[in-house]
Ligand binder design. Structure first.
Ligand code: PEP
Ligand code: CO
Length: 460
């Protein structure tokens, strides 16, 4: 096994490697100026929060907690508004409540928020009516309108992105600190437009039962359930734009380690996980817990290489593998991946992204995902991990607190024809509020059934 050299690592060593998915800037001086400016600005998160998250993820890795990671495919600058942010936080909190109730484990809440502004693209350019322009790569890089000016990569957007990430997290922190995330007050999270009667009743039932459980516990123990364990919320984004990540990467002398202080938990996307590539080089040197997307194209040797390069010390909570095989491929791919990681002797946290392997084009040409496929992949993921004596310790979901129509299916039975009504994503289709809550309920329900089955089968 390769023994990784961390002694010569610093936040820019990735520049000696091939970096996929980086924009081309016309003015290198302007880019240098923006990155230098970004390097002087204060961090968005701090090292002790990052360490705290890593410890919580270590608990999930041991089977003692469950990670809920979710948010938009891409945040946009226009959506940096109080209402949109609060709604996204609310749906994540509602889902975490439902999961807590069903899984009977602490839920670690991590938003794809406050920095999810850069997107990998399958092609570098887009052609319309004979005109070819650079692809839209997220608001951190350029703008979606199809004009040469909008599609030119603009270094100033790095600063605008940093500012909006800070504004977003500032608001989330204020809400969380003010008791917004407290399980004692789920009434704060009412989204108003949840109209599906059965879903609403089922959710209310869970809220009441958690309220009763808290009253019961606090009644017999004579003390409140500690706020700290109830109220934390962390941020994550794809660590794609390496100059942005580098600029916020700092050496903390007290810890004697490097941290990416732009987010708590960056992850490496599928398209940038090359073992000898710049993203792996960058991520191996930071102390944050990190995620890696795992798809069907990743063979066992590649996966093993990632595990040993990114976590040579086998540090608990350091590495989360986010598998995203798709409902049709998970049965062939997941057992092989679990076995490959097992052979390294390293412990990882496995979570399932049931979104990215299930993207398809609907009849009208819009990108969509079917709720039934998302649920099917999750069901299979839970089953395969359990059958192999492994643990599925979380989910990674693309969702929004808004009432959009981007994924089909769910309790309301959205069809391809409904997609036109409120399709707002400029990238991947997200579950809307009702679909996201329903998914959490189904995960919770099925986990309760599995527990009951297990009890029945082990009863004397
Ligand atoms: C994403 O999470 O939006 C994404 C691009 O995923 P992946 O890297 O798994 O394709
Ligand atoms: Co996406």
């Amino acid at each position: 096994m390769r023994s990784p050299d961390t002694t010569s690592w610093h936040s820019a060593t990735w520049q000696t490697k091939v970096a996929q998915q980086q924009p081309t800037y016309a003015d290198p001086k302007a880019l240098e100026g923006a990155v230098a400016h970004l390097s002087r600005l204060p961090p968005i998160v701090v090292s002790w929060e990052i360490d705290a998250l890593r410890e919580r993820l270590a608990a999930a890795q041991r089977g003692q907690a469950f990670l809920l990671q979710g948010g938009d495919c891409a945040e946009t600058f226009a959506d940096c508004e109080s209402d949109t942010i609060a709604k996204k936080l609310k749906i994540l909190l509602q889902m975490s409540l439902v999961l807590l109730h069903g899984l009977k484990k602490p839920i670690i809440r991590v938003g794809r928020m406050a920095g999810q502004y850069a997107k990998p693209r399958s092609v570098d350019t887009e052609t319309r009516n004979g005109v070819t322009l650079p692809s839209y790569r997220g608001d951190l890089v350029n703008r979606p309108e199809f004009t040469a000016e909008a599609r030119a990569a603009d270094p100033e957007l790095l600063l605008r992105g940093y500012e909006r990430a800070a504004l977003t997290l500032n608001f989330v922190r204020a809400l969380v600190d003010g008791g917004f995330a407290d399980l004692h007050h789920p009434e704060y999270w009412d989204l108003g437009f949840m109209k599906h009667a059965q879903l609403k009743d089922a959710y209310q039932h869970i809220v009441n039962s958690i309220g009763d459980a808290l009253d019961f516990f606090e009644g017999i123990s004579g003390r409140g359930v500690a706020e700290g364990t109830l109220a934390d919320f962390y941020a994550s984004h794809e660590g794609l734009h390496l100059l942005y990540e580098q600029a916020q990467t700092r050496f903390i002398p007290r810890q004697n380690r490097w941290y990416n202080l732009s987010t708590h938990m960056p992850w490496i996307g599928m398209r940038t996980a090359q073992l000898d590539g710049a993203h792996v080089e960058y991520m191996r040197g930071i102390s944050n817990p990190i995620g890696v997307k795992v798809g069907t194209a990743m063979d066992s040797t590649w996966l093993q290489g990632l595990v040993t390069t990114l976590n040579p010390q086998n540090q608990p909570g350091r590495l989360t593998l986010i598998h995203r095989f798709g409902a049709k491929d998970i049965e062939a791919s997941l057992p092989r991946a679990i076995e490959a990681v097992r052979q390294t002797g390293q412990a990882v946290l496995w979570i399932c992204d049931p979104m990215h392997g299930n993207t398809e084009t609907a009849a009208g040409g819009l990108k969509t995902r079917r709720f039934e496929n998302i649920l099917k992949e999750l069901d299979l993921a839970f089953r395969i991990h359990a059958d192999m004596g492994s643990y599925l310790g979380g989910v990674h979901i693309e969702l929004t607190g808004e009432d959009v129509t981007e994924c089909t299916g769910g309790a309301r039975g959205l069809t391809d024809a409904d997609l036109q009504r409120a399709y707002r994503s400029s990238v991947d289709p997200r579950l809307n509020h009702e679909q996201a809550l329903e998914l959490a309920m189904l995960i919770a329900e099925r986990s309760q059934t599995r527990r009951a089955d297990k009890r029945a089968s082990t009863a004397p």
